[in-house]
Design a protein around this ligand. Structure first.
Ligand SMILES: C[S@@+](CC[C@H](N)C(=O)[O-])C[C@H]1O[C@@H](n2cnc3c(N)ncnc32)[C@H](O)[C@@H]1O
Length: 292
């Protein structure tokens, strides 16, 4: 995909020439570098800038419970995010609390399906709530119909050899429960960035392995501290990262040692119905003849 800044005038199918009226952000090539960090912006602006399908998208927004606050229209907002993401991504991984995120299953975008209900199981939540202590988060794996899966990415060396020699009857998949600790206190100290909702690398790694091959592009429009970027860098995938917060964008830059990209100049939204002199419509041709 080309980084297009459509400055030129454009002739529509009717032959009418279009003129420049307002501006919209230009397309960003997903493969311009191994890691692209956008300047801080809203998820919908990021999705608008992806004009060519990416292999997978990680959606890890605030969860409408606890840190990040709540919004009354969360469900509608989330479904709109899903719909826009399905336009540009073969696989989608949607994180959230099970009691909240399950509602999205009744409103999956057209042409997509649930591949798997994944659970992140952590034992070390330092909750002081009386009763059940939270120990799980859900990740819905949604994909466009026919999107490819790569369970062979989980094979060890010996298994891979057998697989490549056609000596394996089936490829054993990884479990749908990801068991790894929350990054709190002394746990995962080296990995901790200070982001209040940072995911451990081990929760994102299996998602990227299952849905992509080397060189593929992964999008994360709620990138937080940039965990997806770290996973993609280590696995040889390309990453497009963005977060609405200036603070977390800086955190991601620092963690990955990559500066944010400057968005190309905005591209014009084209207004129709300006008759072209070079390629006149039938109506304008008639008008020109009359004038003569
Ligand atoms: C759960 S955190 C993501 C954590 C990330 N996966 C990590 O491992 O660091 C959610 C992030 O979404 C960002 N965010 C919230 N609303 C947003 C929006 N409308 N558009 C883009 N980012 C948003 C927040 O700033 C926050 O960093």
């Amino acid at each position: 995909m080309q980084a297009t800044t459509r400055r030129a005038r454009k002739t529509g199918s009717s032959g009418a020439q279009t003129t420049l009226l307002e501006f919209e952000p230009a397309a960003i090539p997903p493969a311009a570098g191994n890691t692209i960090i956008f300047p801080p912006q809203d998820v919908f602006d990021t999705l608008k800038q992806i004009r060519e399908p990416v292999a997978a998208t990680i959606l890890d927004p605030w969860y409408n419970k606890g840190y990040g606050g709540t919004r009354p229209d969360y469900h509608e907002w989330l479904c709109a995010v899903l719909k826009e993401t399905a336009r540009v991504s073969n696989h989608i991984f949607l994180w959230g609390f099970p009691q909240i995120v399950h509602k999205a299953l009744d409103y999956l975008p057209k042409g997509t399906k649930l591949v798997a209900w994944l659970t992140w199981y952590y034992k070390n939540c330092p909750s002081v709530i009386r009763g059940w202590r939270s120990a799980q988060l859900t990740c819905l794996h949604i994909s466009r119909n026919k999107a490819k899966l790569y369970p062979e990415n989980f094979l060890n060396h010996a298994q891979k050899e057998r697989f490549e020699n056609g000596k394996m009857r089936f490829v054993p998949g990884p479990p749908s429960v990801i068991e790894t600790s929350l990054l709190v206190g002394f746990v995962g100290r080296k990995e901790q960035t200070g982001h209040p909702s940072q995911k451990p690398i081990k929760t994102i790694e299996p998602l990227v392995l299952m849905a992509t091959k080397e060189g593929d592009t992964v999008l994360d429009p709620f990138c937080g501290s940039g965990t997806t970027g770290v996973v993609c860098r280590d696995l040889g995938r390309r990453a497009i990262l963005c977060d609405a917060s200036e603070e977390y964008t800086r955190m991601t830059e620092k963690r990955l040692g990559v500066k944010r990209s400057t968005l190309p100049e905005p591209a014009p939204i084209l207004a129709r119905d300006q008759p072209s002199k070079r390629n006149p419509t039938r109506r304008t041709r008639k008008m020109v003849r009359k004038r003569k």
